[in-house]
Design a protein around this ligand. Structure first.
Ligand code: B12
Length: 146
């Protein structure tokens, strides 16, 4: 498997731990990971997706300003002639928001999947494999669900 995933924390957000864990888990699962790190702009995600032919773009946001930071992101991706799978995850709203509403909002903005801050890396990996039609062995499937 050689699917390439672009990963980063968008906007002015400096929370680094989640994407570090995600990077390690995705690499271990066999993905090529380009980790942009924290405080990455929309354009940095797009340039990396172009340069590395990214199959998926994973955006992380913890500090509550994801909606502002992601405004126009999917339009810019389309303008760049790209069509990657896009996920966003983390603490996406300020305070104790109703996550169903948050998910709907980010789905409307164009994200293929939206994950809350309780998401385990195994869930993201399983979703990527499903969306990329990457077959999992029975043993791997069992490992991912434990
Ligand atoms: C550590 C921490 C900090 C550290 C960050 C250090 C660093 N270098 O990373 C410091 C002290 C710098 C910090 C600063 C701030 N923080 Co802070 N921080 C935290 C804290 C305590 C833990 C975050 C963490 O590392 N979690 C551990 C990792 C493993 O989990 P995670 O990040 O959630 O990631 C997992 C999942 O969310 C998911 N995931 C994440 N992204 C993605 C993306 C995809 C695509 C997928 C599939 C999954 C996924 O997978 C990850 C692995 O399981 C949280 C509270 C909390 N308990 O979450 C607050 C918290 C995130 N911080 C918060 C705030 C408000 C701030 C500040 C604005 C505070 C301030 N007024 O200055 C600043 C922001 C600075 C900035 N520019 O970003 C708030 C956000 C509130 C909101 N969203 O409504 C929180 C929730 C605290 C709170 N309860 O109020 N913070």
């Amino acid at each position: 498997m050689s699917a390439t995933v672009i990963l980063g924390v968008i906007g002015s957000d400096a929370h680094a731990v989640g994407i570090t864990i995600l990077e390690q888990a995705l690499s271990t699962a066999g993905f090529e990971v380009v980790n942009l790190g924290v405080q990455s702009s929309q354009q940095e995600f797009i340039s990396a997706a172009q340069a590395h032919e990214g199959d998926a773009v994973l955006v992380s946001s913890l500090y509550g300003h994801a909606e502002q930071d992601c405004r126009g992101f999917h339009e810019a991706i389309e303008d760049a002639g790209l069509d990657p799978i896009t996920y966003i995850g983390g603490n996406l709203a300020v305070g104790q928001d109703d996550f169903d509403r948050t998910r709907d909002r980010f789905r409307e903005m164009g994200f293929d999947r939206v994950f809350d801050s309780e998401t385990k890396p195994t869930e993201a990996i399983a979703a990527l494999k499903a969306d990329m039609n990457i077959a999992e062995s029975e043993a791997e499937r069992a490992r991912l669900t434990t």
